[in-house]
Design a protein around this ligand. Structure first.
Ligand code: NBP
Length: 476
């Protein structure tokens, strides 16, 4: 065979990835379970490059140059396993199977192990940016062996988004590292979206501003520290008018948020690792609360809303407070997400370079933003940095916003406006910087009822007090 790369699974994502490869001059073998999709790709876009269509998996594999590189872009879960099972007997040692779907990283770890036993490279790869990104340049997060990246990497880098000429693609780490990092990316996206939604709600309730007016505020914010794809999208959505009613579009959209599950995976993993990602967790739960129809119906008219009349005396100052609070909360959410990457990297032996992760998220993905450069710089200054907001730039940025942050969270609480992500981010900030937390009392309680022992501030060692007896202290 002569094709340099193959794509099997030609629904929206796979079709656009195949076109992206072809547009970059690669000869692309294409295959799909249902042949009609393969035919329509070649009929509609055959002029964009060189496609080699095959009806059978065997012909598809035979059309590829060795070592073969096969990108699998099918539904995550059993469909991915079915395609892998079909591929493996047709491949030879040294060939590379790339799973570019949204697999859960433990599945990727399992598949990598299974394919390694056949002498095959399995590269679980996060691909962000939706269908538009797949076609015009996504952020790409490949796991797998360094050996596989040597031949696969240049092709993926070629089709990835570029920022300042730098590809938004790098080798993340072994086995499940790529899909893990994509998962955390999505978790951070949840937090970022929730924070933006809370800022919108504060401006709506505090100022009585209309959606288009708030859209103008977001458009202005997009020229400063907050500049990002999500802020830009927010401004556009808020400015949009519903054709049917003539009302602002967001005013006719039902307020029950849905999710496909990557936020949940992120939070579940954070609980396993013991990493407090309060921003992502609150964002995931806020979506769940918004969708809790029976509970919301039961509360309506029974639990008094108590939203006090909110007359903000100086709208300009309030808008600036919300902006500062949003930026500080966002820094906390990102700091937490990068902590989770560090913890997973240590736990699973991945050696992930956090500076590089922030770099490949600058383009092609949903959380793309200028400020990610700041994160890269922080981890370049100190690759072992234990807390992002302890880096000098971020410490200054958070300190600059902290008074505004407190005013906004306090005012929201006083007026009955829920700000779970703003509030929990502030609580995290106050917790992580506290000289002394009330965990001393937790330890004392645990020792009282469960003899769980405690440490002392004045002496080394592990101690237990005989609570049910004479209350003398024993060294454990
Ligand atoms: P879908 O997730 O809708 O999957 C459809 C594709 O899977 C079709 O090619 C279909 O073949 C194939 N397929 C299925 Br379903 N079962 C199969 C089986 N047992 N054997 C072989 N093929 C099978 O496609 P998509 O929306 O393009 O998404 C592809 C992947 O990309 C998914 O993992 C998804 O989670 C991920 N994704 C990522 C983003 C992003 O922003 N990164 C966005 C959207 C999706 P058929 O044509 O014969 O039915």
């Amino acid at each position: 065979g002569t094709a340099q790369i193959g794509v099997t699974g030609l629904a929206v994502m796979g079709r656009n990835l195949a076109r992206n490869f072809a547009r970059h001059g690669y000869t692309v073998a294409v295959h799909n379970r249902t042949y009609a999709r393969t035919q329509s790709l070649v009929t509609e876009h055959g002029d964009e490059g060189t496609f080699v269509p095959s009806e059978s998996m065997a012909d598809f594999v035979a059309s590829l140059a060795r070592p073969r590189k096969v990108v699998v872009m099918v539904q995550a879960g059993p469909a991915t396993d079915a395609v892998i099972d079909e591929l493996v007997p047709l491949l030879e040692p040294g060939d590379i199977v790339v799973d570019a779907g949204n697999a859960h990283f433990p599945d990727t770890v399992r598949r990598e192990q299974a394919l390694r036993a056949h002498g095959l490279h399995f590269v679980g790869t996060g691909v962000s940016g939706g269908e538009e990104g797949a076609l015009n340049g996504p952020s790409i997060m490949p796991g797998g062996t360094a050996e596989s990246y040597a031949s696969l990497g240049p092709i993926l880098e070629a089709i990835s988004a570029k920022v300042d000429g730098v590809p938004c693609c790098t080798h993340v780490g072994p086995d499940g590292a790529g899909h893990f990092v994509k998962m955390v990316h999505n978790g951070i996206e949840y937090a970022d979206m929730q924070l933006i939604a809370e800022a919108y709600d504060l401006l709506r309730q505090g100022l009585g501003a209309s959606a288009p007016e708030i859209g103008e505020v977001f458009a202005a914010w997009n020229t400063g520290d907050l500049e990002s794809y999500l802020i830009e999208v927010t401004a556009e959505v808020l400015a949009h008018t519903d054709a049917a009613t003539g009302r602002p579009f967001v005013d006719v959209v039902a307020d029950a948020a849905e999710q496909k599950g990557t936020g949940r995976w992120t939070v579940q993993n954070a609980l396993d690792l013991g990493v407090p990602i309060t921003g992502i967790a609150e964002a995931t739960f806020a979506r769940a609360l918004s969708g809790s129809a029976p509970q919301r119906a039961a509360a309506r008219g029974v639990l008094p809303a108590d939203t006090l009349a909110w007359n903000v005396p100086e709208p300009g100052a309030f808008i600036e407070d919300v902006r500062l609070a949003l930026y500080a909360s966002k820094l906390v959410a990102y700091s937490q997400g990068f902590d989770q990457i560090a913890a997973a990297s240590a736990q699973y032996g991945w050696d992930i370079d956090r500076a590089a992760m922030a770099r490949i998220w600058r383009g092609g993905c949903i959380i793309r933003a200028k400020f990610l450069d700041r994160i890269t710089q922080a981890y370049e200054r100190n690759p072992e940095l234990p807390l992002l907001i302890a880096d000098p730039y971020f410490t200054a940025a958070v300190s600059n916003g902290v008074a505004a942050w407190r005013r906004v969270v306090a005012a929201a609480a006083a007026h009955g406006v829920p700000t779970p992500a703003f509030s929990s981010s502030l609580a995290y900030y106050d917790g992580v910087r506290a000289e002394r937390l009330p965990a001393n009392l937790i330890q004392a309680q645990r020792d009282f009822f469960g003899a769980h022992t405690y440490r002392r501030v004045d002496r080394d060692g592990v101690f237990h007090t005989d609570w049910s007896g004479d209350r003398t202290e024993q060294t454990w």
